[in-house]
Design a protein around this ligand. Sequence first.
Ligand code: ATP
Ligand code: MG
Length: 282
Amino acid sequence: MKLLHSGKVRDIYLDDSRDPADLLLVASDRISVYDVVLPTPVPDKGAILTSLSLWWFDRLADLVPHHVVSATDVPAEFAGRAIRCRHLDMLPVECIARGYLTGLGLKEYQKQGTVSGVELPDGLVEGSKLPEPIFTPTTKAPVGEHDEFMTFDEVVAAVGADTATRLRELTLDVYRRGAETAAANGIIVADTKLEFGRDPGGEIVLADEVLTPDSSRFWPADQWEPGRPQFSFDKQFVRDWSATLDWDRTAPGPEVPDEIVAATRSRYVEVYEKITGSRWGS
Ligand code: ATP
Ligand code: MG
């Protein structure tokens, strides 16, 4: 198998022993803060993210076809943290849905009152719930560059009007389903990023990972309070701990102490168990 790409967290292999060739998306236990991969892995993180994605793909299949071929037909060394998937022609748009205002969306709103060209009412603050979920696509920047917001017209220019409309509709459908499902279990999905590709027949297919703590902001609903940064379910412990260090946030990152690793792992397990309603490892 050929290693095509090694991201901060995942490694992508091409399996051209199959016809058509498949991709293997392999999630590692690596963790990054401020875009720097730390030298200490978080045990089970890759497997948790992989299981959660699979759980969602299954529950979204009536809304949108997905890229999963198999979660079990993978090399033994990757078992549990790899997904064999169809090799799609990816659409050059990061499809983001936001139900709450935070992160870069908040920055853009504070500057100009819009996000990706979508007008928002006055008076919103960090963590505010939006009147309705919005589609705030960005470019897929090459490594080392930053993703930029795209207006809907820019998406139309990139992929055509029909595809742009379909991407917006699918992204908001998936967000609404995800947010509703998670809300029933005490979790707010503040925002999420989806990626879509086309299969050889031209059909739009949901790809990459879906509704994981790496692609979404999950907040505990009982602690939500607009006007301040919210507690994040994934990296909060690592971020808080790293903020106490004399570290300039460039590589190499610091070794993470055992208790921070353990606390971080528990948050990943907790979010998995809350969303799916199953015990991790059962
Ligand atoms: P990082 O997440 O570290 O910022 P990244 O997004 O490039 O970087 P990964 O998320 O690890 O790294 O890589 C996944 C890559 O695989 C993305 O470029 C995504 O577009 C691509 N991809 C996901 N699913 C498919 C698919 N079914 N067919 C083709 N490409 C896919
Ligand atoms: Mg990615």
